[in-house]
Design a protein around this ligand. Structure first.
Ligand code: PLP
Length: 401
């Protein structure tokens, strides 16, 4: 597909599977191991001289089909799927960085990623510098001769900052580092590989699967990178073993094909709420609003058909107000007071005390994370005006507007 007109949903649809002559869905491979015709063929497969499935932790037919579809959606050469988003992130990073290496990371990332970078990697002799990813001078200045990775999220969790992927790719490549992008919040909306990223990781637990029935992750990149990950002798995925189960791979594959419709609906509902929240005088953060600091860069780099995404936040000032408000919304049926995102019902949480609680208070203050921040993952509500009227009643009953 022409890079300038890359459309993830069309690319995905064209990725017809070929594992089964008759079934419309991919088959679930129910085998951990696979047979060989001869000892010679087994040896050749282990030596890489013969292509065959040998063991499910490496490859299996179901995961291969899901990976082909994900690679088509991203426009990457290849992909590999994991049992969680954290597995995709940690496996990719440990493949790219060894003791003595250095990473430049956005200061605002998912709390688990932050904790991995801040608390876990230093014990392995890998240092991480945290920067404001929208300040490109700061990013470039933080790069050292041993920097192997520049890491960010296209839309950061929880501040919903937008990363300028083309500019970050240029900076990383100028210094022979790789740009790794977590695109969990914005599948299809952004195609980071098309914008110059080297590796894209996902928590498929979120929008991609969209059902909150499992954790899962994906790594998309070049053939060279994916093959290195599953190298029998020193591939991080092969040796740490975070592979996704085939039953889950098959159910995620089915859900993937409605992702484009879901993303559009999440986005239009979030845009509606953002506008109405502003009208009632709330402090709103939504990338689709013109006053969002990176609205223009998002508009220039996004795939416009899918909207500005389903993630939105409001700031109620204190965590007590946030807590009361979320309890009211849950009682009145707006959605669930729960972490995670990308579900068909609206989910809301107070980021500072939940998904970003791994981030020390001093850094939360530095990155501008208010204690009263309520993060919404806006659902697929059919009547969002009705939803807003319930939210408005919660706000006014608590004297928040
Ligand atoms: N990346 C982002 C942006 C996330 O929000 C999360 C989880 O919330 C993860 C990665 C981790 O994914 P998982 O929970 O599937 O391990």
């Amino acid at each position: 597909m022409d890079k300038l007109h890359f459309d993830p949903a069309t690319a995905l649809l064209q990725s017809a599977h070929d594992d089964n002559q008759h079934g419309v869905n991919i088959s679930v491979s129910d085998s951990a191991t696979f047979t060989f015709e001869s000892g010679k063929q087994m040896t050749e497969t282990f030596n890489g001289e013969h292509q065959a499935f040998l063991y499910s932790r490496h490859w299996n037919p179901t995961n291969l089909e899901l990976c082909k579809s994900l690679a088509a959606m991203e426009g990457s050469e290849a992909a590999w799927v994991t049992g969680s988003g954290m597995a995709a992130i940690t496996t990719s990073i440990l493949q790219l960085c060894k003791t003595g290496d250095h990473i430049v990371s956005s200061m605002t990332t998912y709390g688990g990623t932050f904790a991995f970078f801040k608390n876990w990697l230093p014990a392995m002799g890998i240092e991480v510098s945290f920067v404001d990813i929208s300040n490109h001078d700061e990013v470039e200045k933080a790069i050292r001769p041993n920097t192997k990775v520049v890491y960010t999220e296209t839309m950061t969790n929880p501040l919903l900052q937008i990363s300028d992927v083309p500019t970050l790719a240029k900076i990383a490549h100028r210094h022979h580092a790789q740009l790794v992008i977590d695109n969990t919040f914005t599948p299809m909306i952004f195609s980071p590989i098309q914008l110059g990223a080297d590796v894209v990781v996902y928590s498929m637990t979120k929008f991609i699967n969209g059902k909150n029935d499992t954790t899962a992750g994906a790594i998309c990149g070049s053939n060279e990178f994916i093959n290195a990950l599953i190298d029998l002798n020193n591939g991080t995925a092969m040796l740490l073993g975070p592979v996704l189960d085939t039953f889950r791979a098959s159910s995620i594959h089915k859900n993937l094909f409605t992702l484009h419709l879901r993303m559009k609906q999440h986005s239009s509902n979030a845009m509606y709420l953002a506008k109405r929240f502003k009208e009632v005088g709330l402090k709103v953060n939504y990338a689709g609003c013109k006053d969002h600091p990176q609205h223009d860069i998002m508009t220039q780099t996004m795939n416009k058909a899918y909207g500005y995404g389903g993630m939105i936040s409001i700031d109620l000032g204190t965590k007590e107000k946030a807590s009361d408000f979320m309890a009211f919304m849950q009682q009145r049926g707006v959605g669930y007071l729960a972490v995670s995102l990308g579900y068909f019902k609206t989910l809301f949480s107070n980021s500072g005390t939940s998904t970003s609680s791994e981030v020390p208070q001093s850094i939360q203050d530095k990155m501008g994370l208010s204690e009263g921040l309520v993060r919404y993952s806006v659902g697929l509500d059919h009547d969002i005006e009705h939803t807003f009227s319930i939210i408005e009643s919660c706000l006014s009953d608590l004297n928040l507007i």
